[in-house]
Ligand binder design. Structure first.
Ligand SMILES: Nc1ncnc2c1ncn2[C@@H]1O[C@H](COP(=O)(O)OP(=O)(O)OP(=O)(O)O)[C@@H](O)[C@H]1O
Ligand SMILES: [Mg+2]
Length: 609
């Protein structure tokens, strides 16, 4: 697709899975703001979690200090009673610490789940509103990654990242304060290792961040690949492409693995390094203390408490870098989620415009309509025609001539690029969405069925339709015969995509669905796939019944179905070649005549003889 085309349709092709060229800093602030909107409703919970975490942060640093007292003031003096008291206090501190951890984990988890629930709702609502052309450009697998992995990354941040960071930082501050209070010189020794630690952490963070970005990108690709190949497994097997597709999968899978291995590699270096630095510091402290203890300048309790503090001190530091990763991943994920949420939806026309249209009374007018899906690849050119209320209009033409496209425009799945379409004098664009959907019912070329019972699929437009009406509609269309034979009848569970039903059966279900929806204007995009003769006559009959007493537009591949149409439009490469009734068009001996003879070879022989 050309750059100009991208501009004209206003869509990004989201090929860039990473933060790309955006300025990092501004992105982060923006994302934090948007994220904040999702956690704001849980202010109370957050305040509680923060209070607990902050209050609980000093519990940990108390323990080494209590140890010091126990050693210096009780053990060394053989004071059993005092030791018992201190032990009791320590027990209380440990229990409180545990309680705090339980409460904080629970609260942050709760906040995360609630916020993520709302986020998912917003994503789905937005996906439902997005214009169909957005889905042309974005593979399903990628969108699925948005709603699963990316949302999970956010969940992880909310549940275990954000608030815990506050706790970790506070704990660090408390530890340093306590250490200073006990012995400032030893504290300096501990802190002297800090620059090394910070350097290790920062360089680790930078490397692992890039690796995580790669992991995400490859994961999205892997998901897309899986999605495509699971849906298309039949084709893969039919064409014997198992081996080559397996190799393609191996490549994508290997990229994903390698990116992951890189993160594992950085972690496997980082943690031991931190452990080493902690031990080194502990060693330094003990070594330096030894002479002072001998000179009775320092007590054993202080040394023991410092060794404990060192472990306590380095743990939150490690956590911090962990949390940082969670944050980093979440920021990339949020960036992508919010980009999706910002994808523009088509503006809904002002309520005043086209308000009157609740029933279709007069005519649909296509006036010089031209259309291209992208750029200047015009698929339809200067299309003008009129459909009167109550008439049946048929559209015929070779494959790819633009028949479905015409319907896509009338259903407003895509906006008109040039010219205008009006229904009863109102511009298509000015008709409110719900009114338009009530007016026009479409039976699409490829029938879409959802996992659920036959009944649920039949009354998809309105689940409150009573059973009798469903059965009656099924009878009208002639679908009752096969539905009754299904195990469970109307309660038969259709599998995803209607696999397990024949093409004809799916078509019939779509017909009943349209009949129940009862639109003023019925559009029927006939399936191209051939069905057996029995089903064909069944579908033909059903089509007749469906179109009776209403305005219908039918895209017909079998010309036999449309001989009684009030007008037939013959499309050729995106332009109207001929219009007229069946008889008129045959008499013209033009394109329609040719198409007709192709389908009715016996007539061709008759005419030649
Ligand atoms: N979503 C799309 N994005 C870009 N081009 C498209 C899209 N859908 C269809 N086209 C192109 O528009 C042209 C007309 O397609 P259309 O689906 O309208 O044909 P059709 O007349 O319905 O054919 P058929 O009889 O096979 O159903 C084709 O050249 C096709 O490649
Ligand atoms: Mg089509």
């Amino acid at each position: 697709m050309s750059g100009a085309a991208r501009k004209s349709t206003g869509f990004r092709t989201q090929q860039d899975e990473t933060l790309g060229g955006k300025q990092k800093g501004s992105v982060d602030i923006y994302i934090v703001k948007r994220l904040f909107a999702y956690i704001r409703p849980f202010k109370g919970l957050i305040a509680g979690a923060v209070a607990l975490t902050a209050g609980g942060a000093m519990l940990g640093p108390l323990r080494p200090w209590l140890t010091k007292i126990a050693i210096d003031e009780h053990i060394s003096r053989g004071d059993h009673q005092g030791l018992a008291v201190i032990s009791l206090i320590m027990l209380v501190v440990v229990i409180l610490d545990g309680l705090k951890q339980y409460q904080a984990t629970w609260l942050t988890g709760l906040i995360g789940q609630k916020a993520v629930f709302n986020l998912r709702m917003d994503i789905f609502r937005h996906l439902q509103r997005l214009p169909i052309r957005y889905f042309d450009r974005n593979p399903v697998g990628r969108l699925i990654t948005r709603t699963t992995n990316d949302v999970e990354a956010l969940d992880e941040m909310l549940s275990s990242g954000l608030i815990t960071i506050v706790g970790d930082i506070l704990q660090l501050v408390f530890i340093v304060v306590m250490m200073f209070l006990i012995d400032w010189r030893l504290t300096f020794i501990v802190l002297s290792v800090l620059p090394l630690m910070v350097w290790a952490t920062i360089s680790f963070k930078n490397r692992v961040r890039q690796a995580f970005l790669d992991v995400r990108t490859h994961l999205a690709r892997l998901n897309s690949f899986f999605q495509e190949h699971i849906t298309g497994m039949k084709i893969v097997q039919l064409f014997g492409r198992e081996e080559s597709e397996f190799r393609r999968h191996a490549e994508i899978n290997a990229d994903h693995r390698d990116a992951n291995i890189r993160t594992v590699f950085y972690f496997s270096i980082y943690y031991p390094l931190i452990e080493f630095l902690s031990s080194l510091t502990a060693g330094l402290v003990v070594w330096y203390s030894a002479t002072r203890v001998l000179k009775a300048d320092l007590t054993v309790g202080v040394v023991v408490s410092f060794v404990q503090y060192i472990w306590l001190f380095f743990r939150p530091l490690q956590h911090l870098s962990d949390r940082f990763n969670i944050l980093q991943t979440a920021v990339t994920s949020s960036d992508r989620i919010f980009r999706l949420l910002e994808e523009p939806v088509d503006p809904e026309p002002p309520e005043s415009a086209g308000k009157g249209i609740t029933v279709f009374k007069d005519r649909i007018v296509f006036n010089d309509v031209s259309f291209a899906y992208d750029g200047d690849n015009w698929v339809l050119r200067d299309i003008s025609f009129e459909i009167r209320a109550g008439h049946t209009v048929a559209i015929v033409g070779a494959t790819g001539s633009g028949k479905t496209t015409l319907i896509n425009i009338l259903s407003r799945f895509y906006p008109v690029r040039k010219g205008s379409v009006t229904i009863d004098g109102t511009e298509l664009a000015d008709i409110p969405g719900h009114a338009l959907r009530r007016l026009i019912g479409v039976v699409m070329q490829d029938v879409v069925l959802f996992a659920g019972t036959v009944r649920e699929n039949l009354c998809f437009g309105d689940p409150s339709i009573p059973d009798e009406r469903i059965r009656e509609a099924a009878r009208t269309v002639g679908a009752d015969r096969f539905i009754d034979k299904l195990p469970g009848g109307y309660d038969y569970r259709i599998r995803e995509n209607g696999s397990g039903l024949s093409v004809g059966q799916k078509q019939l279900i779509a017909f009943v669905r349209a009949l129940l929806y009862n639109p003023d204007i019925l559009v029927l995009d006939e399936a191209t796939s051939s069905v057996d003769t029995e089903t064909e006559s069944l579908i033909e009959e059903a089509t007749d019944r469906l179109m009776k007493h209403r305005t219908s537009i039918i895209i017909a591949h079998r010309l036999s179905t449309i001989q009684h149409a009030d007008m037939i439009i013959v499309l050729h490469k995106g332009t109207i070649r001929e219009t007229g009734t069946h008889q008129e068009l045959l008499a013209r001996r033009g394109l329609y005549h040719k198409l007709y003879l192709l389908q009715h070879p016996e007539r061709s022989r008759m005419e030649n003889s």
